[in-house]
Every structure is written in structure tokens, then in C-alpha cells.
Write a protein that binds this ligand. Structure first.
Ligand code: PGA
Length: 268
């Protein structure tokens, strides 16, 4: 069993200065956590702040998008080597908001996956159905999307990605997280399909879409859910720390020896 992987994309939120405050608040709150893998995807403009504040900690950082080419005449875009140079471990692709706002297709998403892998980073591929539907209707749509995005990837590379199942109808203000049993059913189907496609270790599958503290515990308890991808509820560092701890005991008292040692150890 691997530890749950729990991350956040801030989307287009938090300036670099605000990011600095977020990291200063968040890092000590999770310094004692050893059985969760955590990551943060700030906007491009705050990745350098993540590098400053997270260096030496076990929390990874990354980006929310990438251009498929390594360099060239692409005004305003950011390439994989630029992100790798900033120490990014994860790069998100295929989020429903990018597909909606920028018309991203599975072919383009596949090219981005290859760029991320070329530079030794881990792609976080978002897939999910658009409209709410029963599992037997939604699952084939999600599987077809996954297959289309992965079509150009050699089998050994499929095992190097992380998948986030994100039903678009469960994302954003006014939505609530999809029920855990439903998420588990879809994710187990995705896992079966990926197992056949990936050589070696199959990708981990996270759930994303209106994850708050209450939903986090239920989702992590569901077989097939390997972790969580959190949006708006992680913009408050205290809430994200509570989500990161979902299903675990209470945090140690301030000044507790374990927490203090970890903070000092990671600051070196
Ligand atoms: P949300 O975003 O938690 O604000 O719904 C989740 C996502 O888009 O991954």
C-alpha cells in the first residue's frame, strides 16, 4: 500500500506575496505527517515561492499547465524544461477548465504528457465526464477520454503518470463532491483499464471535485481512491491541512517532540 497522494491546484488564485503567507502557515501544520504525500500547484507566477518555501520539506510542487514544445515562438507559454528547472515534480494537464476555456483536445493533452515525461516530471492527467449521469453511462465516457489522452504514450510511460478523476459537474462553487461509493466504482474501472495498459506499476488515481474535510475522509476510505486533488477548499492553508489529515488522528500538541524534530529536520 502506498501512502495517499493529496495535492491542490490553486487555479488562478493567490499572488506570489499571498503564496508566501500560505506556505508559511501550511508547512508547520503538516510537518509531522509522514504517511501522506503532499503537493501544491500554484499559478506559474508563484512557483518560485513554492520552491523557496518547500525546499527541504517532503511537500512537492508543480504547475497547472505546460506547452508541448520545449522552446520557441509561443508568446505567453511556459515549457517543460522551464518547469523542471524550477524543481517542479508534478504538472497538471487536461483539466476541464482548460478544455472549456482553451479548447484543449486529447491530442494536445497527449503531446503535453510527452513533454512532461521527457523532462522527468510526473503528469497529473485530469479526466471526467461533463454531465452527471449513472456510473454505467459515465464510466465508458471517462474511459474513452482516458484512452484518447494516452493514445500516443508508450506502455512503460503510462505507469509514470498520475490520473485525477474529476467529474466536471462536481467542480466549483455551488457543487458538492461526488458520493464516495460512486467515485470508487468509476475509479476501480479506470484502474482495471490502466492495469492492462501500463507495464509495471499502474498509475495512481486521485479524486478531485469539491473535496472538503468531510468528503476527504469518506473518499480516502473508499477502495480505488489513491488520493485527493483539492481546489477551492485548499486556498485556506488550515483547511488544506485538515484535508491532508483526513482519516488520521488529531495533530500533535504544539511543541510536541515529533512535530518539532520534523520541522527542524526539514528546514535543513
Ligand atoms: P474544486 O476544484 O475543489 O474547487 O471543485 C477541484 C478541481 O477542479 O480539481
Amino acid at each position: 500500500m502506498t501512502n495517499p497522494l493529496i495535492g491542490t491546484s490553486w487555479k488562478m488564485n493567490l499572488t506570489a506575496s499571498e503564496a508566501d503567507g500560505w506556505f508559511r502557515a501550511f508547512v508547520p501544520l503538516v510537518a509531522d505527517l509522514t504517511d501522506r504525500e503532499l503537493f501544491v500547484l500554484p499559478p506559474f507566477t508563484a512557483i518560485w515561492v513554492a520552491r523557496e518555501r518547500l525546499r527541504g520539506s517532503s511537500i512537492a510542487w508543480g504547475a497547472q499547465d505546460v506547452h508541448p514544445d520545449d522552446s520557441g515562438a509561443h508568446t505567453g507559454d511556459v515549457s517543460a524544461p522551464m518547469l523542471a528547472d524550477l524543481g517542479c515534480r508534478y504538472v497538471e494537464v487536461g483539466h476541464s477548465e482548460r478544455r472549456r476555456d482553451h479548447g484543449e483536445t486529447p491530442t494536445l493533452i497527449g503531446a503535453k504528457l510527452r513533454a512532461i515525461l521527457r523532462w522527468g516530471m510526473t503528469p497529473l492527467l485530469c479526466v471526467g465526464e461533463t454531465a452527471e449521469a449513472p456510473v454505467e453511462v459515465a464510466a465508458p465516457l471517462v474511459l474513452a477520454d482516458l484512452e484518447a489522452c494516452l493514445a500516443s504514450l508508450p506502455a512503460p510511460d503510462v505507469g509514470r503518470i498520475v490520473v485525477a478523476y474529476e467529474p466536471a459537474w462536481a467542480i466549483g462553487v455551488g457543487a458538492i463532491a461526488a458520493p464516495a461509493a460512486r467515485v470508487g466504482a468509476v475509479q476501480r474501472l479506470l484502474a482495471d483499464s490502466l492495469l492492462g495498459r501500463a507495464e509495471g506499476r499502474p498509475p495512481r488515481i486521485l479524486y478531485g471535485g469539491s473535496v472538503d474535510e468531510a468528503a476527504a475522509g469518506r473518499l480516502l476510505a473508499e477502495p480505488g481512491v489513491d488520493g485527493l486533488f483539492v481546489g477551492r477548499y485548499a486556498l485556506d492553508p488550515e483547511r488544506f491541512a485538515r484535508i491532508a489529515r483526513a482519516g488520521l488522528g488529531p495533530p500533535p500538541e504544539p511543541g510536541h517532540a515529533v512535530g518539532r524534530d520534523n520541522v527542524e529536520g526539514r528546514a535543513r
